[in-house]
Ligand binder design. Structure first.
Ligand code: PEP
Ligand code: CO
Length: 481
């Protein structure tokens, strides 16, 4: 039978070959943990997911832009107020700059509150003493501590609780307004070394804060994603550990025939008190609003594609240089059989020196179909290098170059880059080089913290937003000339 045509159920992935699987010593302990997660309350609601689906449709159709960002690997230790506030602040500030530059709403999705599992290029790691241990697979599998690499099922439960605490604090901050964005002094632009660039950025921030104040004075309340009074921030992670994802996949009654949509109040669904016939339900992954498939687990006949095709959440697929154009179309046919705009976000990640070779064929292949995905650029994962100090790093210039090429290639083909996916943190780490702080390889050891891939710091993240906003602004000006 062709992929994606047999009956789907939350566990139908188990009949398919799986990559990056985790093997636990004690299967019965795993079962006990999974049954506890299965009985836990959901972390997000289906109406919230439906709202994101509508917003991603706007993105796919060119009326909004997507900003997705956060840590490569979230650690349980990042579940603390300061780290969460810093990440929220940088994402919100970046989105305001983008809204300003593009004059359109920005949909914000954080890699947060569940981004714990990591695919690895090798299952083993060699230590400097020559011994070999299992690779770190993320805090929900094993510990970063080399002495504690055995996969522990209890970590799945811990991941659930850390996700719940994180999402709870995000909701609390947003409900409280997280108001310091309105004050120019909240923007910390002192880091920009070049005076001309700093005054350029300051000028944007001043105009932005003026318009925010003006909107406050006139009491403007928009209903779009750009509204400050109803800031939406969605959560996301790579749905790698399918046992865990399945445990949080819940049936939600389909809207009645005479209702266009479900009502906006929260609908309990864990589990339905009276079991519903499968044809009366939609299945939602209620661990996050948005989930994506990594570049290493997107095989057409594999377990991950099988799981993803059955959930109502909008889904992402990482697309790297090894993706064939026909394969990409097959992925879309399986995940988006009803041709819904924005159902799939293609997160392309080739590398600055490879994008010209691969992206045009991918865009052309999709243009020949009825699919309308969100085209999102991940300029991070194709641009990872090793510094002379031995640190895994990325250069700001390579990241910016992939973004600029991405925008240009879409434009040349009559398509449009509609989102950006970044590994970033709101903290002042030194993991990537370049940017307005002009960090060099020798600066990396001073505050290198990541457990996995290098992240853009607060300053570099804002730099990216300013640069993209300016590119879009000049594109707008040249097209109106
Ligand atoms: C990631 O996003 O952290 C990741 C592992 O990406 P990719 O699957 O694109 O390599
Ligand atoms: Co990463």
């Amino acid at each position: 039978m062709a992929e994606g045509t047999s009956a789907w159920s939350p566990d139908s992935w188990k009949a398919k070959p799986i990559k990056q699987d985790v093997v636990y010593d004690d299967a019965s302990e795993l079962e006990t943990v999974l049954s506890r997660v299965t009985n836990m309350p959901p972390l997000v609601s289906s109406p919230e997911i439906d709202r994101l689906r509508e917003q991603l449709k706007e993105v796919a159709e060119g009326r909004a832009f997507l900003l997705q960002g956060g840590d490569c690997a979230e650690s349980f230790d990042y579940c603390n107020p300061l780290a969460i506030e810093d990440k929220l602040k940088v994402l919100l500030q970046m989105s305001l700059v983008l809204i300003w530059g593009m004059r359109m709403p920005v949909v914000r999705i954080a890699r947060m509150a569940g981004q714990y599992a990591k695919p690895r290029s090798s299952p083993f790691e060699k230590l400097s003493d020559g011994s070999t241990i299992m690779s770190y697979r993320g805090d929900n599998v094993n510990s970063i501590d080399p002495d504690n690499r055995r996969p522990d099922p209890q970590r799945l439960l811990s991941a659930y609780f850390h996700s719940a605490a994180t999402v709870n604090y995000v909701r609390l901050l947003l409900a409280a307004g997280f108001a310091d964005l309105h004050k120019p002094e909240a923007w910390d632009l002192g880091y920009v070394r070049n005076k001309d660039i700093r005054s350029d950025y300051q000028n944007i921030v001043n105009r932005l804060t003026d318009s925010l104040k003006f909107m406050g004075v006139i009491g403007a309340t928009e209903t779009s994603a750009s509204s400050l009074n109803t800031i939406d921030l969605y959560t996301s992670h790579e749905a790698l550990l399918l046992d865990y994802e399945q445990a949080l996949t819940r049936p939600v009654p389909k809207p009645l025939e005479n209702q266009k949509k479900r009502s906006s109040y929260y609908e309990p669904a864990t589990p339905p008190r009276v079991p519903l016939a499968p044809e009366l339900c939609d299945w939602y992954n209620l661990s996050a609003h948005f989930i994506w498939i990594g570049d290493r687990t997107r095989q057409l006949d594999g377990a991950h594609i099988e799981y993803f095709r059955g959930v109502k959440n909008p889904v992402g697929v990482k697309v790297g240089p090894t993706m064939e154009a026909e394969e990409l179309v097959r992925v879309l046919d399986i995940l988006d059989p009803l041709f819904e705009s924005g159902r799939v976000t293609l997160i392309t990640r080739y590398g600055a020196d490879k994008i010209d070779k691969f992206l045009p064929a991918h865009i052309a292949a999709v243009q020949k179909t009825e699919h309308k995905p969100v085209w999102c650029c991940d300029p991070c994962h194709g641009n990872t290098t090793t510094a002379p100090t031995g640190h895994k790093t990325r250069s700001f210039d390579a990241i910016m170059s992939e973004i600029t090429s991405n925008m240009r290639i879409h434009q040349e083909l009559g398509s449009r880059l509609s989102g950006i996916h970044l590994e970033l943190t709101g903290e002042h780490v030194t993991e990537c080089t370049g940017g307005s702080q002009e960090l060099s390889h020798s600066d990396l050891p001073s505050n290198y913290q990541t457990f996995c891939d290098p992240r853009l710091n607060y300053e570099q993240s804002l730099d990216i937003a300013f640069k993209i906003a300016k590119d879009f602004e000049s594109e707008r000006q040249s097209s109106s000339r």
